[in-house]
Ligand binder design. Structure first.
Ligand code: URA
Length: 434
């Protein structure tokens, strides 16, 4: 078999066989297929698409590219959650301790930022000393001890996704249903949880810009999960504005902590309750969705989710006092305010541009292997539907490196769209697929 022929076959629009898909995944993982050929195939997949069977084979090949986590040492049902990627999406940081606080074991494998979107691993690394490279033994031990662990793709778990993900990030091949579905589900299958809840984002800040594509992605994810014997659910949620107000790693950590203390933005809180209730109800058939929501709300009111978050940070090498003093995580040279030149209602926010602006400020990677600045980012001050007066603040920008500053500021400013008429708040939950 030759990689050249596989690229040509897909470029010309033909479906790839299971053997061809495994040949690519195995060869790229072990280094015999170079980046340039893998990039060419990814671009061919991007334009020619894959059918369900190819997507399933790609998922399995990626899941089989390394070890599968053995969670048999953890008693009870293990739940996992994954987002398809958004701007300001810090749900895992809030949701995982909430769910763990009510006894649902949360064993989660997370990723880094991708394109204009952030990643949980990057956010958690805002805490000095926090380790996102847990061994299998440590991962299992932490889930057993405190009910919660989050690890990156360490050691030999889905090494294919780790390499393909990094390549897609810098070759314009992220927003493809088969590539997203196989990336997410290979990790979920290798990570071994029994219950998988997926947050499929749709809108101008998501990889899936319209509801039709988001629904197709959600169905593909759920089909792959259920087909593999996992209880899988997908929530389709709004991403036509950032989730919450904070965008940027440490700023998002602070907003997540505020939410755990009961002072977070409404959309973030509501989404966590929605996703979390599916995790709780799927893990215990005696609990209805409505009961699960009430139980989760209580973890915020009684402080148990906040305490669980501190335990979690400590269990992976961070200092729990950094949670109490989270504002000290931000170390920037400059904070700038962007003021509105007009009055009206916010009609829309070009969310991807805000994500890109944060990436340009150093909060995300422009090329494979770039280091990131956890402190930089943006706090938007107005969301869609809110009224704004001329001269009022639209956003605050946290800056260290000024190389791309003008472009980033222009991007943020021009992201806000105005209307003279009253604009309705967007609907957060667009659908649930089970
Ligand atoms: N999250 C992933 O893990 N992979 C993708 O491709 C997109 C979002």
């Amino acid at each position: 078999m030759r990689m050249y022929d596989i690229i040509m076959k897909k470029r010309n629009g033909f479906p790839l066989t299971k053997e061809e898909i495994y040949y690519f995944v195995d060869g790229f993982t072990n280094g015999t297929i170079p980046d340039y050929q893998a990039s060419a195939l990814l671009m061919a997949i991007y334009f020619q698409h894959m059918n369900y069977e190819e997507t399933l084979n790609l998922t399995m090949a990626m899941a089989d590219s390394g070890e599968h986590l053995d969670l048999s040492g953890i008693s009870g049902i293990k739940a996992d959650k994954h987002s398809t990627g958004g701007v300001g999406d810090k749900t895992t940081l809030v949701l995982a301790p909430m769910v763990a606080a009510v006894g649902v074991k949360t064993a989660k494998m997370s990723g880094r930022g991708l394109g204009h979107t952030g990643g949980t691993i990057d956010k958690l690394e805002s805490f000095p000393g926090f380790s996102t490279t847990l061994s299998q033994e440590q991962f299992v031990k932490n889930v057993n001890d405190i009910g919660l662990a989050v690890t990156g793709q360490t050691g030999n778990i889905t090494p294919a996704d780790k390499k393909i993900y990094a390549l897609r990030d810098v070759t314009g091949t992220v927003d493809n249903i088969s590539l997203i579905a196989s990336s997410i589900m290979s990790k979920k299958l290798a990570a071994g949880a029994d219950v998988i809840v997926l947050d499929v984002k749709t809108g101008n800040g998501a990889f899936m810009k319209n509801i039709e594509d988001a629904t197709e992605l959600a169905k593909t994810l759920v089909d792959i999960g259920n087909g593999a014997g996992k209880k899988t659910y997908a929530v389709i949620s709004e991403m036509n504005e950032p989730l919450g107000y904070a965008i940027g790693n440490s700023l998002e950590v602070i907003e997540a902590i505020d939410t755990l203390k009961g002072n977070g933005p409404r959309d973030l809180y509501n989404l966590c309750i929605e996703l979390g209730s599916l995790m709780v109800a799927a893990s215990d058939q005696n609990i209805s969705l409505e009961q699960a929501k009430q139980i989760l709300k209580k973890t915020i009111e009684d402080g148990s989710a906040y305490r669980k978050f501190k335990e979690f940070i400590e269990s992976q090498g961070g200092n729990p006092s950094d949670v109490d003093n989270c504002h000290d995580l931000i170390k920037v040279n400059q904070v700038l305010d962007i003021k509105s030149f007009q009055s009206g209602y916010i009609a829309g926010i070009q969310t991807e541009n805000i994500g890109n602006a944060v990436m340009m400020l150093g909060g995300g990677r422009q090329k494979k292997g770039d280091s990131i600045d956890h402190s930089v980012g943006v706090i938007i001050k107005k969301k869609v539907g809110e009224q704004v007066k001329e001269g009022e603040s639209l956003a605050t920008v946290y800056i260290n490196n000024t190389d791309n500053l003008d472009t980033a500021l222009d991007l943020i400013k021009s992201s806000f769209e105005f209307s003279e008429d009253i604009i309705k708040e967007p609907e957060l939950i667009k659908g649930i697929i089970s």
